[in-house]
Ligand binder design. Sequence first.
Ligand code: NAD
Ligand code: IPM
Ligand code: MN
Length: 357
Amino acid sequence: MSKQVLILKGDHIGPEIVDESLKVLRKVDEQFGLELVFEEGLLGGAACDAVGEPCPDETLEKARRSDAILMGSVGGPEWDGLERHLRPEKGLLKLRSGLELFGNLRPAILYPQLAEASSLKPEIVAGLDILIVRELTGGIYFGEPRGIRVLENGEREGYNTYKYSESEIRRIGKVAFEAAMVRDRRVCSVDKANVLEATVLWREIMEEVAKDYPEVELSHMYVDNAAMQLVKAPKQFDVMVTGNMFGDILSDAAAMLTGSIGMLPSAALDKNGKGLYEPCHGSAPDISGQGLANPLATILSAAMMLRYSLNAPDAAVAIEEAVSRVLDQGLRTPDIHTEGTRKVSTSEMGDAVLAAL
Ligand code: NAD
Ligand code: IPM
Ligand code: MN
């Protein structure tokens, strides 16, 4: 049976990295007889320019009727001056929330060939395999009330609301524990329960969820310490589960352990396993249009899509192994380039993965 995949290229390096991923997807489609049908949609700045809003209803509808979505990245300085609700990032948030994609998986895995590319010493990161489970449709990103208001003294005040309901915490907790069951069976829940009530509740509910998973060891860590431990001794972690904003920050930090933010894929899943797949990085306006972007995070996101939403685990493994072979060949985009390896462009990297399949 054919599978419908919505492609949202987005802005700046978005189209460059998605085009490479599409080459790779078309090849595995052929090799594994997947019958993928691709459809394109508008999101982010591209959508603002074309139709005046960052996530048009048409895109939401296309997303609803597709089996999975592959996205590049959105945003850029040319849209930063727009009213907040028109900004490209709002479009992405509307898509995540509209489809209830609350479960964000961000695997930070170090390919051994890239140990030298990490900004940490090779022995600190060798063998690294962490899964960050980030809550994606709640917390301070979506809490109301929010805004900028004028105080009695005439001064303006910006405010946001950090809140999580029990059911929101429980469902992301389950995602983390289920993931831990097929890994090393350790979950570290990251919070700020020494200061924020919302995360006092978070900690309490995580303890409750843990009772259903007696084989999994649960620990708790404050987010400031977690940031420090990620840089000091990252291999102590198996699964980390945390809220929307802490997860955003910690996953960018974890990305550098793997050599580059250009290596970190992600899946955003709803309760039925439908998902939006995107690299963790942004649209990198500073390098766009020059063939400098690393397409591997997006290519690896496509592999996650095959595994989690399209029931094609063999094709996913084939892509991951092809990426590894290309790294064995010493090919590197500038962000992961080290002495003794060969610098290649975005499309040369995509072509190399294609050839390795
Ligand atoms: P960014 O992730 O775009 O870039 C940070 C740094 O990492 C830059 O130096 C960039 O060149 C580099 N980089 C990122 N991806 C790379 C890749 N694939 N290969 C090589 N180098 C790469 O973060 P930023 O500069 O803070 O944000 C730029 C824009 O992207 C902003 O508009 C932001 O809102 C948006 N953004 C979008 C997403 C998304 O679509 N999911 C995520 C993060 C940021
Ligand atoms: C990410 C991005 C987004 C986020 C932005 C662009 C809304 O940083 O996917 O990590 O903060 O979730
Ligand atoms: Mn981010």
